[in-house]
Design a protein around this ligand. Structure first.
Ligand SMILES: Cc1cc2nc3c(=O)[nH]c(=O)nc-3n(C[C@H](O)[C@H](O)[C@H](O)COP(=O)(O)OP(=O)(O)OC[C@H]3O[C@@H](n4cnc5c(N)ncnc54)[C@H](O)[C@@H]3O)c2cc1C
Length: 288
């Protein structure tokens, strides 16, 4: 199948992009890496009249490390994130997750912002952003607004982005305190979308877990923050009973669904297994 006819324009500035968005309204789509959008057009799941290609906007690309913040521009390719020393040093959770994001050819074109704006509930980066308590920078003619990752994902493929807005990137706090991180995923083949994935961050001192954040992909209509499971771990020394309690608590956090391949019950079982693996990795040098 081929896409329905559309017009194409590649603006040279964000100001021009905002003009185009205003002029074409609901009939326009922003094009980043095209790895999800072009497939949707070819299957005629979407039939925009105008594609606005963001790839000429250099200001939306790159990784910047400041004193307090690490910023990732929306147009930064997955492959750049995967190979970045800054990401490996300052955002080890994202570094660990990147090899699970699609296949190498798709990572060469796909972008950070495309993955966040597309909001596939099985995608890895949205879950990592929630686990890391990131903020998204949303730009429009009116200026910038910042939205916590946790508030940004509203429903299945639905986000807080409004008409006339462009996602400019994500911001992550640089933490002086050492955290430990784990990314775990099960997929049918490596590089496919996750059946279930979990992004986890915690501090551990003298075997006691604190500031635990756990976010799942593939376990509901959006990436899901597992607050009950985190509460079951926070302030406790890691033990088999504590881990089992956190795994049981996932029933309160997650809203899995049946699909052609898995039942909700299977997904919940896999989520518990993955949380166990994540905690084993986080606490690898502590007795549990
Ligand atoms: C076979 C296959 C397997 C894949 N497997 C995975 C996987 O395992 N995990 C995973 O996470 N992803 C996977 N993907 C998706 C891939 O990661 C895409 O790169 C990503 O979903 C979209 O990024 P993109 O840059 O290609 O966005 P595009 O396809 O260009 O755009 C996607 C959507 O986001 C909007 N958009 C893009 N940029 C912006 C912006 N800056 N501001 C506002 N809106 C914007 C577009 O208008 C469009 O609606 C897979 C894709 C394919 C084809």
């Amino acid at each position: 199948m081929k896409a329905a006819a559309f017009s194409y324009v590649k603006p040279r500035s964000l100001a021009e992009t905002f003009d185009l968005l205003e002029r074409h309204g609901e009939g326009a789509r922003l094009l980043a890496g095209g790895q999800s959008l072009i497939a949707a057009l070819n299957m005629r799941l979407d039939t925009p009249r105008m594609l606005i290609d963001l790839n000429g906007l250099r200001e939306l690309s790159g990784i910047r490390v400041d004193r307090d913040t690490i910023a990732i521009g929306a147009l930064t390719r997955h492959r750049v994130l995967e190979l970045s020393d800054d990401v490996s040093r300052h955002l080890p959770l994202i570094h660990a997750a990147m090899p699970f994001v699609a296949h190498a050819a798709i990572r060469n074109r796909g972008t950070f912002g495309g993955s966040i704006a597309f909001a596939d509930p099985a995608a890895e980066l949205p879950a990592c952003c929630i686990a890391l308590d990131a903020r998204f920078v949303i730009r429009s003619r009116a200026g910038d607004r910042r939205v916590a990752a946790r508030e940004f994902f509203r429903g299945l493929y639905e986000t807080d982005l409004r008409s006339g807005e462009v996602l400019a990137g994500g911001e992550f706090a640089r933490s002086g305190d050492p955290y430990r991180y784990s990314f775990q995923e099960l997929a049918r083949r490596h590089g496919d979308y996750a059946i279930v994935g979990v992004a986890t961050r915690a501090r551990i001192a003298a075997g006691v877990l604190s500031d635990v954040r756990i976010a799942f992909c593939g376990m509901g209509p959006t990436p899901m923050l597992a607050t009950a499971a985190a509460a079951a771990l926070d302030g406790r020394a890691c033990s088999r009973d504590v881990i089992a309690h956190a795994q049981a608590s996932l029933a309160r956090d997650l809203a899995p669904f049946d699909d052609l391949y898995q039942t909700a019950a299977t997904r919940m079982h896999l989520a518990r297994v993955l949380l166990g693996r994540a905690l084993a990795q986080l606490t690898a040098d502590h007795e549990c």
